[in-house]
Design a protein around this ligand. Structure first.
Ligand SMILES: [Zn+2]
Length: 304
């Protein structure tokens, strides 16, 4: 049973917005692409684990602060026997181990996923122990991408390769031990200890003026939208969406990128690239937001 669903990190959503509306500095672009790839890997792994039929609790993306260290666990599967901790990797290309170090095929040393996993599992064990629970933790590095190859992997290392993924999940399904009240308590405690990451912390500096304005497609992020009566049609992918939905989605984007700005008809008119009339914008905002003030000073607060 999924106790904590996989959610897209707000930081990734913000970076996607920024990436389409400005040129990200190289280091931020690299970070963004890595984050995106990592998340896609977690989505891939999640499609397998969400179908688990054994008695288990699935906990995705929990982040803890313990012993003055922040650590994140991509996926935990708590069963009656063992708590499986999965460090999910969506790596592509060829890698090898030599003298206990991890290298890409061109000989560059890389961050060793096994070391990362060891660190996180040690923290997790200590955390669980400090909460007063006795649970066996089994950590694994799980490689989900079929384009990943690893040479000279240390034998018996807790690595699940793409070719072993289905077997891994099938084996979990054979666990017949049931969860008890203690497992429920541990799950509740772990979820309650989650520390949300500040999504704005590692973003590049950006300003409203530096953004490309205009409405974008909800599917392909294209700015090429033609309005046709009630609908907007994407000229790149053909996606059709109501103008109302497009405006609201873009207002939500504006709100996330610039939480300090007051949402006014004029601001949204500009943000949408002047494609929708002020009158129509204020009607749409009026239907979905709380309005404060009046006349040219009116501003809107999006209702959740
Ligand atoms: Zn599109």
């Amino acid at each position: 049973m999924i106790k904590r669903p996989l959610v897209k990190p707000a930081k990734l959503t913000l970076l996607e917005f920024l990436d389409k509306r400005m040129t990200l500095p190289a280091e931020n672009k690299y970070y963004f692409l890595n984050l995106k790839k990592g998340y896609e890997g977690e989505v891939m792994f999640n499609t397998l684990t969400e179908k688990l039929s054994c008695d288990c609790h699935i906990l995705n993306g929990l982040r803890f602060k313990f012993n003055n260290t922040i650590f994140q666990i991509d996926s935990m599967i708590s069963t009656g026997q063992t708590l499986f901790m999965n460090e999910v990797k969506n790596m592509t290309g060829d890698y090898y181990y030599k003298d206990n170090h991890f290298y890409s095929i061109n000989g560059e040393e890389r961050k060793d996923p096994l070391v990362q996993m060891e660190r996180a599992s040690s923290q997790l064990r200590q955390l669980i122990h400090s909460l007063g629970f006795q649970v066996k933790v089994q950590p694994n590095v799980v490689h989900v991408n079929p384009e990943f190859t690893l040479y000279q992997a240390p034998q018996n290392a807790p690595i699940i390769f793409p070719t072993q993924l289905h077997r891994y999940v099938n084996n979990l399904n054979t666990i017949s031990t049931k969860l008890n009240r203690n497992h429920d308590l541990l799950t509740e405690r772990l979820i309650s200890l989650h520390v949300e990451e500040d999504p704005y912390a590692q973003l590049p500096t950006y300003t409203y003026k530096g953004m490309r304005t205009g409405m974008t497609c909800g599917i392909c992020d294209s700015f090429e939208i033609t309005l046709h009566g009630k609908n907007g049609i994407c000229r790149d992918c053909g996606h059709v969406e109501t103008v109302e939905a497009i405006v609201l989605r873009n207002v939500w984007e504006l709100k996330m990128l610039f939480p300090e700005l007051k949402i006014t008809t004029n601001l949204v008119f500009d943000w949408c690239g002047g494609a929708v009339s002020r009158k129509r914008i204020s009607r749409i905002l009026g239907r979905h937001c709380k309005m404060f003030g009046s006349g040219p000073w009116a501003y809107y607060v999006l209702e959740d």
